[in-house]
Design a protein around this ligand. Structure first.
Ligand SMILES: [Zn+2]
Length: 152
């Protein structure tokens, strides 16, 4: 078994630029990977991720959320986390069952309060710190905010 580190030249699928990668498998296996894998150079990878971030951010802005502050890396990560958290809210909303219209209205208001609170969180760091937020946490916070407002 050879586990040498070998350097291979590959071509970026997007811009066709050649760049070097290090592979750790046997030479035959490496050649196979060099040939079969879709390689992207760092610049194209970065452009791809910022495209994805921008797309997500635009989606979030239609829901009243703002751009985030922080380093480029943090913002990109935070936007992704915020997208996942918003998906959890969607999931939670769909799983809720109401006895009547009044209950549904109450619940909608609670989520609206939660969104208002989140819209103020414009630092990437806040989202990163809260990346482990679960559906249960979301539900609890929405209920808390609603209780604060109605004084229950
Ligand atoms: Zn490229």
């Amino acid at each position: 078994m050879t586990d040498d580190i070998s350097t291979y030249e590959v071509k970026c699928r997007t811009c066709r630029a050649k760049f070097k990668v290090q592979l750790f498998d046997s030479h035959d296996r490496n050649l196979f990977v060099v040939d079969k894998k879709d390689w992207y150079c760092d610049d194209c990878k970065k452009a791809y991720f910022s495209d994805q971030t921008l797309k997500l951010l635009k989606e979030q802005m239609t829901q009243g959320f703002h751009d985030l502050t922080g380093t480029e890396k943090m913002v990109s990560w935070a936007v992704k986390i915020r997208g996942e958290i918003l998906n959890k809210v969607d999931y939670l909303k769909k799983s809720l069952r109401f006895k009547n219209e009044e209950e549904k209205k109450q619940s909608d208001k609670a989520f609206e309060s939660l969104f208002s609170e989140w819209r103020e969180k414009t630092e990437a760091k806040w989202w990163i710190d809260n990346r482990k937020m679960t559906v249960r946490d979301i539900s609890k916070r929405a209920a808390e905010l609603e209780a604060l407002k109605t004084g229950k």
